[in-house]
Design a binder for this molecule. Structure first.
Ligand SMILES: [Fe+2]
Length: 410
């Protein structure tokens, strides 16, 4: 059962990938749930509502005040942090459960539903792959991620479910639409590994979870996803990984032959949308000889790709899980037909807003020794796709996979 009282999907559908228009759409969102789609109301891009004089007075000053200025300083781990952002997973036959969701922080009923299923999974670690909507400012970080009610509207807030051992969040382009200030100053202090049941703060926007057989390495592709206003439309940023993070990989993580799981906000490749191969080219220094399992978000759908590489980047088995909380676009025009798809979820999600959208969901990972099980769970709690992997000396071997949804639903 999907909860109610949170934000509606309709106002987030087809949100343009643009800071200016994201600020515009933010103002167009009503102050309380609408639920049923109004017969003559907005559906895809409710821009006109934002041109009301009261909204205009908020839109332009907010855009200017949030976007003109320097980005928040890129944080690195201080010398006093002996772990340097590298945390130990359980060893041996003990299992570690990790929940991943991308583009979850929309504040919608569906985001709340996905959060409930993550909580039921009883994850040791929960990791958000980035994007707080619309613009990742302080108010939205509070109401869409930290569960803090916004006094200026009547929506139930959403809280990112905490793992019993820790919770983390990657940086996305929407957090950077407000220069990353709320991400670094509000979100990260509320995350990190737990001590005495309390999060100790996530020290930087990148980190590594590891055991004897596996490494989960989280990157920041959001920090360099914005440029100067207006200029960025003509020279789009490449979403590459900052130099400080590459140094951390070289000096601290020192990638080896363990099974490697990469997490990033931006997609390396995509069958339907713009690709961001710069990050994969940067990783060639570390993973030229072995493929990685790579989970990313940014694109609002679930995609299971076969191993692929492009643009001089590393070999990657791509898993797009940007279907955490935004309206899910169904397969549209193919942009790169060479991207080899193994599975995509084509089902229509029945909703009270009469929207033609797909199912939200998250990825449930269980690591045990050198084995990894991944289940892709939808907003109703059903497993859509599952797979099992083992890591042996830098080689990832998939021993099983299954489509979990009934054929009649597809
Ligand atoms: Fe994004």
């Amino acid at each position: 059962m999907v909860p109610t009282g949170h934000k509606d999907l309709q106002y987030l559908q087809k949100l343009p990938r643009s800071p200016l228009l994201s600020y515009l759409c933010k103002q167009a969102q009503p102050a309380k749930p609408v639920s049923q789609r109004p017969s003559s109301g907005p559906t895809n891009f409710p821009a006109l509502a934002a041109f009301a004089s009261t909204k205009l007075l908020r839109w332009i000053p907010e855009y200017v005040s949030h976007r003109i200025g320097w980005r928040h300083q890129f944080l690195t781990y201080p010398a006093s942090d002996l772990r340097n952002g590298v945390y130990k997973l359980k060893e041996g036959t003990e299992e570690t459960r990790v929940a991943l969701a991308g583009d979850w922080a929309s504040g919608t009923d569906e985001a709340a539903g996905v959060a409930n299923h993550i909580a039921a999974f009883d994850a040791h670690y929960t990791i958000h792959l980035g994007d707080v909507y619309y613009v990742g400012d302080q108010d939205e970080t509070g109401e869409n991620f930290l569960g803090i009610p916004n006094p200026r509207n009547y929506y139930e807030p959403c809280r990112w479910p905490q793992g019993s051992l820790g919770s983390f969040a990657l940086n996305g382009n929407h957090e950077m639409y407000a220069l990353g200030k709320a991400y670094f100053d509000e979100m990260l202090p509320a995350l990190g590994v737990n001590k005495g049941g309390q999060p100790q703060g996530q020290g930087a926007s990148f980190f590594c979870l590891e055991n004897e057989h596996w490494r989960i390495i989280a990157l920041d592709t959001g920090y360099q996803s914005i440029g100067f206003p207006v200029v960025e439309y003509f020279w789009p940023p490449d979403c590459g990984v900052p130099a400080e993070l590459l140094q951390w990989l070289r000096k601290i993580v020192k990638p080896d032959r363990r099974g490697t799981i990469i997490l990033s906000h931006h997609n390396y490749f995509s069958r339907y949308e713009t690709a961001y191969p710069k990050q994969a080219i940067q990783l060639k220094e570390f993973f030229a000889a072995q493929p990685v399992l790579w989970f990313w978000g940014h694109e609002h759908r679930l995609m299971i790709y076969k191993e692929y590489q492009m643009g001089g980047g590393i070999r990657a088995i791509g898993r797009c899980i940007g279907h955490g909380g935004m309206p899910i676009g169904l397969p549209g025009e193919v942009k790169d037909a060479k991207c080899p798809v193994e599975f995509e979820d084509p089902r229509l999600y029945p909703n009270d807003e009469n929207l033609t959208v797909g199912y939200n969901g998250y990825a449930a990972l269980v690591l045990r020794g050198n084995e990894l099980e991944v289940r892709y769970v939808d907003v109703l709690g059903d497993t859509v796709f599952s797979e099992q992997w083992s890591a042996r000396d830098g080689t990832l071997i998939r021993s099983a996979s299954a489509v979990g949804i009934a054929t009649s639903d597809r």
